[in-house]
Design a protein around this ligand. Structure first.
Ligand code: PNS
Length: 168
């Protein structure tokens, strides 16, 4: 019987609009488990993102610079096809609360149906991050609130710039 693959290559897919400290916590945990971790931004304009794919990748690259085995990429089409093209054998997703579970289970089972040899692993974000989402972070900044400690400083600055009220 063949043993487990020694060379785990994982994809961590998402919208990352923008990256939060919750995502970073997951990247840090994931990077310790696998030999190569590819953070992959979905190219899907239907979601009407705040930041372009290029901006999101730039922020991600800046934030994951310390991890030697983490790279940043983007994809469109099916995640399982992108994973196969990258030679990945694992998808990593984060679960914050039970409310995430139903949707994540659906996606994981659909992906398994499409490509049975590709496994999905769920990692639990640290409890300090369990309430953070890109959506709420954007809303708080848009309404003038402070998101220090919830996103990397560079992201906080970009968010502020995006929602700044023009003077003149
Ligand atoms: O950060 P998000 O928005 O929760 O990430 C969702 C993502 C990118 C993981 C999901 O939308 C996805 O994998 N899209 C690619 C399309 C696809 O493969 N669909 C079929 C399987 S669910």
């Amino acid at each position: 019987m063949a043993g487990p693959p020694l060379n785990l290559v994982a994809i961590y897919p998402g919208s990352f609009d923008p990256i939060t400290n919750g995502h970073l916590d997951l990247i840090s945990r994931g990077s310790r488990l696998v030999s190569r971790l590819i953070v992959a931004v979905l190219r899907n304009e239907d979601k009407r993102p705040l930041f372009s794919v290029e901006e999101r990748m730039e922020m991600l690259r800046e934030a994951v610079g310390d991890y030697a085995n983490v790279e940043v990429s983007s994809f469109d089409g099916l995640l399982v096809d992108f994973a196969a093209a990258q030679g990945a054998n694992l998808i990593i997703r984060g679960i914050r609360a039970i409310s995430d579970y139903e949707h994540e289970l659906q996606m994981a089972l659909m992906n398994r149906r499409l490509r049975p040899e590709l496994e999905t692993a769920f990692l639990m974000a640290g409890e300090a991050y369990s309430f953070i989402s890109s959506r709420l972070v954007k809303q708080v900044v848009a309404l003038g609130g402070d998101v220090t400690g919830l996103v990397p400083p560079l992201v906080a600055a970009r968010l502020k710039g995006r929602y700044a009220v023009p003077t003149a």
